[in-house]
Write a protein that binds this ligand. Structure first.
Ligand code: MN
Length: 229
């Protein structure tokens, strides 16, 4: 049997040092996983359990791309994030076993139409149109955990047009990668090919047409994308 329309290739990410591709099924994102960012958004980081939202897998953008400026928004924000690629699925994964489910890591940007997200918050509506829009998930090639291990500390930063805007350390995450996988897999059954964007540090801010974003995570890599004029 053949499909009645052609969707083209599956969403996927390149693998560093290889011609292989990592196929992407779903993208989960954690909200407010760095205390300073929770505070800058007006929340108390000590009182909230982790929460999650999603982006469609075809929102991925490869390293080096020039991205059309998104529709509608007047307040597009950058959020630099460590991305976890799940290689082995499961439900109710225990924190102590969680890293066995990780295939690798990447440097990602959770691009956010902040004005639309803020309207949704005010009106008690879903976040998707603020978070899950076209090209909202830039992500660099993945590093296999078999090669780099499991990063738990190290610099995470993003520059806009050469100026540092977010600059923190992975060790500032409220829920580390293990705890995040344990928590998320208690809500849904994780599948091979899932990505988890693990939240952003403080310093989020606006991106304009023509801006160049350069992200970095120690031991994981670099991500550069630009916005079209
Ligand atoms: Mn985020």
């Amino acid at each position: 049997m053949k499909h009645v329309i052609d969707l083209g290739p599956l969403p996927s990410l390149p693998v560093v040092g290889s011609t292989d591709l990592f196929p992407v099924g779903r993208i989960y994102c954690i909200g407010r996983n760095y205390a300073e960012h929770a505070r800058e958004m007006g929340h108390d980081p000590d009182r909230e359990p982790p929460f999650f939202f999603m982006k469609p897998a075809n929102a991925l953008v490869p390293n080096g791309a020039t991205i059309p400026f998104p529709q509608v928004t007047k307040d597009l924000h950058h959020e630099i994030e460590l991305v976890v690629a799940i290689g082995k699925g499961g439900a109710d994964i225990q924190s102590k076993n969680a890293l066995d489910h990780v295939w690798g890591y990447g440097v990602g940007l959770d691009m956010t139409r902040r004005d639309i997200q803020n309207d949704a918050k005010k009106l008690g509506r879903p976040w998707e149109m603020g978070k899950g829009f076209d090209n909202s998930a830039p992500c660099a090639a993945l590093q296999p955990a078999s090669k780099i291990g499991h990063p738990s500390q190290g610099a995470i930063w993003v520059k806009v047009n050469g100026v540092t805007k977010q600059n923190s350390d992975l060790k500032e995450m409220i829920w580390n990668v293990s705890d995040s996988i344990a928590y998320l897999s208690g809500l849904v059954t994780l599948q091979p090919g899932d990505l988890i964007y693990t939240g952003t540090p403080a310093g989020v801010g606006a991106v304009q047409r023509g801006d160049k974003l350069e992200g970095h995570i120690d031991g994981v890599g670099d991500l550069t994308v630009s916005y079209a004029r």
